[in-house]
Design a binder for this molecule. Structure first.
Ligand SMILES: [Zn+2]
Length: 342
């Protein structure tokens, strides 16, 4: 892997990396990161100042940054990283791009420790910090709009993963939490609701407690009700299923995993596979993930699934998608057309 990576200059050269990022984030040319100005006549590139031939006494030469622009509307300066998760970082931009590529490429992700080793940094903390920042860019999991639709199948299921930090008390056990001794039941675990459109994208949501109401809330917010909903026999989905175009179930308790009904394959195997990659990644790669951070990891795994190689997405294309998400702050820019109409 390293030889092909070294050949790619955007991972080796900070200027090349900046040009690459500019092309990705500004396909129609730079727009002001402060006021949103996009009129090309109002944006001026700041040329780098050369060092004077004769040094001025008592004055240290400070060349202006490469990739610097000035906005003539708000009179502020900006670069392509202003307002992004890469802002105000001393780490060179090519290293940021490489770290993004590394985190986005393996199916099960890459831990901060692995990232640290592969980037050859002095500090684990830096790698940890970078991984968190990059994860910020993947925060919506790369999903826009509802899953499914008319004639489409959406599978839903719950994943019980890892011990909860504050296990729920149990009425049957006199309000003692399930985890007091031994493993405990599902109430002692963290709950994730997973949805996947068959052949399409996924959405993974961490919820506090699986009830009919909380599950319904996640499902109807993320899936089109015109879809056919496929679940197991769990009672969490019975009433909810009536709201959908169709609701078909497989009976896991009796060992039924695939069934055919009206020429439709009824199964929740697709979402089970998504869960399986997540479970193996969390246990094998990340090893520990705090409850407060669980949603970030879920989005990271969903992001990779939603831009998976099975859909013809290459590692570099997946990285590009991640880069589009680095604009963390809500910035809107005035399109030239809109300004003309205003
Ligand atoms: Zn401006």
């Amino acid at each position: 892997m390293s030889t092909s990576l070294q050949k790619n200059s955007i991972f080796a050269d900070a200027d090349k990396a900046r040009e690459y990022l500019e092309a990705k984030l500004w396909p129609n040319g730079p727009w002001c990161r402060h006021c949103g100005e996009a009129d090309e006549t109002r944006i001026v590139k700041v040329e780098m100042t050369r060092e004077p031939r004769k040094p001025v006494e008592g004055k240290k030469h400070r060349p202006s940054r490469a990739g610097l622009y000035r906005c003539n509307t708000c009179r502020q300066q900006f670069t392509v990283t202003v307002g992004t998760v890469f802002e105000r970082s001393k780490i060179p931009l090519n290293t940021w791009l490489l770290a993004t590529f590394l985190l986005c490429s393996p199916k099960k992700g890459m831990s901060a420790h692995q990232l640290w080793r592969m980037l050859g940094f002095g500090s684990y903390r830096t790698a940890w910090f970078m991984a968190h920042r990059i994860r910020e860019a993947l925060k919506d999991g790369g999903m826009f709009g509802p899953l499914g639709g008319s004639g489409k199948v959406v599978e839903a299921d719950e994943l019980y993963q890892g011990k909860r930090e504050n296990p729920l008390p149990s009425k049957q056990r006199g309000d003692r939490p399930f985890t007091k001794r031994g493993k405990g039941g599902p109430a002692a675990k963290r709950v994730v609701i997973g949805l996947v459109e068959r052949g399409g994208k996924t959405k993974l949501v961490h919820i506090n407690h699986a009830t009919k109401e909380s599950v319904r809330d996640v499902v109807v917010r993320n899936a089109s009700r015109e879809s056919a909903l496929h679940t197991d026999e769990s009672r969490l989905y019975t009433t909810l299923g009536e709201e959908f175009g169709a609701h078909r179930t497989v009976h896991h308790a009796s060992g039924e995993y695939v069934r055919y009904e009206d020429a439709a394959m009824v199964t929740t195997n697709t979402i089970e596979n998504v869960f399986s990659v997540f479970r193996r990644g969390i246990h094998g790669v990340y090893q520990h993930c705090g409850e407060a951070h669980l949603h970030r990891y879920l989005n990271e795994f969903a992001f990779r699934y939603n831009h998976r190689s099975g859909l013809g997405v290459s590692d570099m294309e997946r990285t590009d998608e991640a880069l589009k998400g680095i604009e963390g702050k809500r910035l809107t820019y005035r399109r030239i057309g809109e300004a003309a109409n205003a």
